[in-house]
Write a protein that binds this ligand. Structure first.
Ligand SMILES: CC(C)(COP(=O)(O)OP(=O)(O)OC[C@H]1O[C@@H](n2cnc3c(N)ncnc32)[C@H](O)[C@@H]1OP(=O)(O)O)[C@@H](O)C(=O)NCCC(=O)NCCS
Length: 212
């Protein structure tokens, strides 16, 4: 009687807790089997497929860790500023067939330039434009190969602290439709309807700094 009760308990309590591990072991065995087939030249798969495509990882996907970033205010027309302009032009304008015009860049003399750097290379940037008690944040860009690792979020926090230090109560952005989920995730709320800017839909979004 006692062994039967123990066996039932083991099945109902212990087995479910190790089932994810069993699945990982099963995945591993399956991938090993397929890898052997490939190395023996018997693979039915397209030989041009990458290893990742051939052996997709089916466990929990780990987000890449955010690299060590240093955020700082950079001087207009400095070497770092030139790097930042090149970065944001490549990320924001070139895909639209546009560049920053000399007039747009000249107007930036009065703005606050922010750069995020890894080992001296500018990998992220933003511009803050003081407008009374509000601060407009614009030209927000992260190098394409580094997006989705938390750099944009960290830059938001840096910019919001900086805006608060300059006495701003609120930060707002004209968010591209594709970037709306990013700003929502960082606590920005939408105002009004979508409108056109640079030929693509944008939405005004803002955040009160008292809750930053
Ligand atoms: C938008 C941008 C600045 C965000 O920086 P990032 O370092 O990639 O952002 P983070 O890693 O901190 O946050 C990623 C989150 O933002 C959202 N996000 C970022 N880019 C997105 C996009 N193009 N579409 C949808 N969601 C996006 C996702 O929800 C993602 O969340 P997840 O990690 O849970 O999937 C960056 O992706 C970028 O430069 N994009 C191209 C230029 C651009 O659109 N700039 C904003 C102009 S208003």
């Amino acid at each position: 009687m006692f062994p039967a009760v123990f066996a039932c308990l083991w099945v109902f309590l212990f087995l479910p807790s190790i089932s994810p591990d069993l699945r990982i072991i099963k995945d591993f065995m399956e991938r090993r089997k397929r890898r052997l087939l490939v190395t023996e030249g018997n693979a039915a798969e397209d030989p041009n497929l990458s290893l990742d495509e051939l052996f997709p990882f089916t466990g929990t996907k780990q987000k890449p860790q955010m690299p060590d970033m240093v955020f700082q205010v950079i001087a207009y027309d400095s070497n770092l500023y030139q790097q930042a302009v090149r970065l944001r032009e490549a990320v924001l304008r070139v895909p639209l067939g546009l560049v920053f015009t000399p007039d747009e860049l000249a107007a930036e003399k009065a703005h606050i330039q922010i750069a995020g750097m890894i080992d001296g290379r500018v990998c992220a940037c933003a511009v803050l434009v003081p407008e009374g008690s509000e601060m407009k944040m614009q030209r927000v860009a992260v190098a394409q190969d580094l997006q989705g690792q938390g750099i944009g979020g960290a830059m938001m926090k840096f910019c919001e602290r900086l805006a608060a230090d300059h006495g701003a109560e609120k930060v707002y952005v004209h968010a591209r439709d594709t970037a709306v989920p990013f700003y929502e995730k960082n606590g920005y709320v939408a105002e009004g309807e979508m409108f056109d800017e640079d030929g693509i839909p944008h939405l005004k979004m803002w955040k009160l700094l008292s809750i930053a």
